[in-house]
Design a protein around this ligand. Sequence first.
Ligand SMILES: C[S@@+](CC[C@H](N)C(=O)[O-])C[C@H]1O[C@@H](n2cnc3c(N)ncnc32)[C@H](O)[C@@H]1O
Length: 190
Amino acid sequence: MGNKLGAAPWLAIAVCGLGGSCTSKPGLGFGAGLDVPYVQTAAPVVRAMLELAQVKQGEMVIDLGCGDGRMAIAAATDFGARSIGYDLDPERVAESRENARQAGVSDRAHFQVKDVLAADISQANVVVMFLIPLLIETLTPRLLSELGEGTRVVSHSFPIRTWTPERQIVVGGRTLYLYRVPKRVPLRLR
Ligand SMILES: C[S@@+](CC[C@H](N)C(=O)[O-])C[C@H]1O[C@@H](n2cnc3c(N)ncnc32)[C@H](O)[C@@H]1O
């Protein structure tokens, strides 16, 4: 325990068991407010997520729980997008900034130490994430209320439980879910 969602440590094991290298550190992962352990997405899966979202040049891609920044950086280097990555772990954010610098995209891929539940997502054309179900569930009302109509959301491994995916593909053994934020229907009171 120790994270604000009250997620049990077995969740970390479940996520790590999904593959990739789990580098969650004792004393930090689930111990310092993190809701998800650090598990890296393999490069072909990163590419498939951005292709699934059909990221276009100049679009804004927001990476929730960015790790070492690989999704946000690939969006900038391979798709000509602008990107922002948020992570609660300052070490991950420092690493992301250094990786963006090395990739030559520091001007277009930015990173902030921020809880995904408090991050500004309103400018996103595309949201990418590899989070656990409990955090996705807590985040879902914000996705609906703060993202513009038509914003694409791609989730690695875990679906948004209450939304219907527009597409669902399997790449490298990982299921990727594509969603599109629906038009907001104003509530009419009689
Ligand atoms: C499963 S890893 C994914 C990393 C990267 N997106 C990737 O796919 O390679 C989840 C990331 O979320 C971060 N994280 C955990 N809880 C968070 C929270 N509440 N707000 C922001 N980031 C969080 C962790 O530090 C970790 O880097």
